[in-house]
Design a protein around this ligand. Sequence first.
Ligand SMILES: [Zn+2]
Length: 364
Amino acid sequence: MNPRDARVVLLGLDGFPLAALGPDRTPILWRLGGNGGRASFTGIAPLPSTTYPGFATLLTGCLPARHLVRTTGLRPGAVPGWAGRQDPAVQTLLEICAESGRRTTAVVGDHLLQGVLRLGEATIWPPGGIIPAGTPLDAHGYPPNEAARPHLLEAVADETVELVFGHLNETDTWGHDLGPDHPTTLACATAVDAIIGEVVEALRPTWSHAVLIVTSDHDMEAPSPLPPIELRPSEPPLEGLVQSVTVDGGAALLRPVGGASVRAVRAALSNTDGIHLVEESGDVMVAGAVPGRWFAGAPQPAGGFHGGPATARTLAIVAGGHPVVPRLAAALAASPPHLADWGPTICGLLGLPARPMDGADLAA
Ligand SMILES: [Zn+2]
């Protein structure tokens, strides 16, 4: 079968608690992964392991150093500014599809993703990225999964759509408010599992050429009782090396002063309590906290939070009747995929023109 014949449904489950994945709490996902494939140790997300960098990576196939969506939310002066952009600096999969005359739709439980990911007219819900009046909202102002569900099923059932991007937000809200292990958060994961079952049913008429990819953007962890990590550019050990810092949960972005050596910044950070690793992202450096720790300046976590290396893990499940699925399954089993791998993989499945991307085509 020509790869161009594939229909791709790409689902992103925001903050899906990976501890919930298993035959008891998520039997449908578990079975899908068993029949198709799933990564044995989960997939990999970039740092900060937060929503906007995660989904920008998923939909561009590029790392934050290239797409420049390096943190979630606006940080005036930093974003937009030295730490990056509000929307990707490169084309998204949906934009590449549109340019090639391919039909796409998006349904996003976090309506703000419509702007962040430049989903534009592909967004069938919420229309124009605006939540319809009368829609119930959670404590963070997002619609619950139940509000997005019928629109997602409608998108999947429309056989003329070649790429569906669906985002379900609610596990993230419960994980933040109550923690990733709370019964309500776990019950939400089970409810998401049931929606995935409905997606599979809606895909049945086109199953023979369908590829269903289920991902998430980050995991969620409980905060440690230790105090937040303070990074002050004007004080030792960062004084004279770093001019600005902006934080995103368990990760921090640092802007070195002109001429400061990367090695010196690394050395200063390695002497800072609570820091697990330091990475370069273009001209910005990223510090990741040890499990449970977060950076001062980020909101005090309630039940759960993310951003650091401990939550840079994603769901990675592939299913469907398309003949390429066993090959994708074998790739997932061989090594955990990075979120950036799905972009080139989907470009290959849909026969889209190649773009410079950082991920690898998992079917190659
Ligand atoms: Zn998220």
